[in-house]
Design a protein around this ligand. Structure first.
Ligand SMILES: [Zn+2]
Length: 72
């Protein structure tokens, strides 16, 4: 799973570095391990947030059904 520098094509050995070790070109965020992990975590928390919202909505619907007068 070697990454390559988009500027010079060299294999990037240190994925934590912000610059290519060969040509010193700045590396894109996507090539950095930290960036990949942050993206995954962000996607997961977004999914979790949507699940929570849906559960809350379902609970509200249940309450409205069992309390048609609006009194909880
Ligand atoms: Zn390079």
């Amino acid at each position: 799973m070697a990454k390559h520098c988009p500027t010079c094509g060299s294999v990037i050995y240190s994925r934590r570095g912000k610059l290519c070790g060969v040509c010193s070109a700045p590396l894109p965020q996507a090539l950095r391990l930290v960036g990949e992990q942050a993206g995954k975590i962000q996607a997961q928390s977004k999914q979790a947030e949507q699940n929570i919202r849906r559960l809350e909505q379902e609970q509200r619907d249940d309450r409205l059904r069992s309390n048609p007068g609006g009194l909880i």
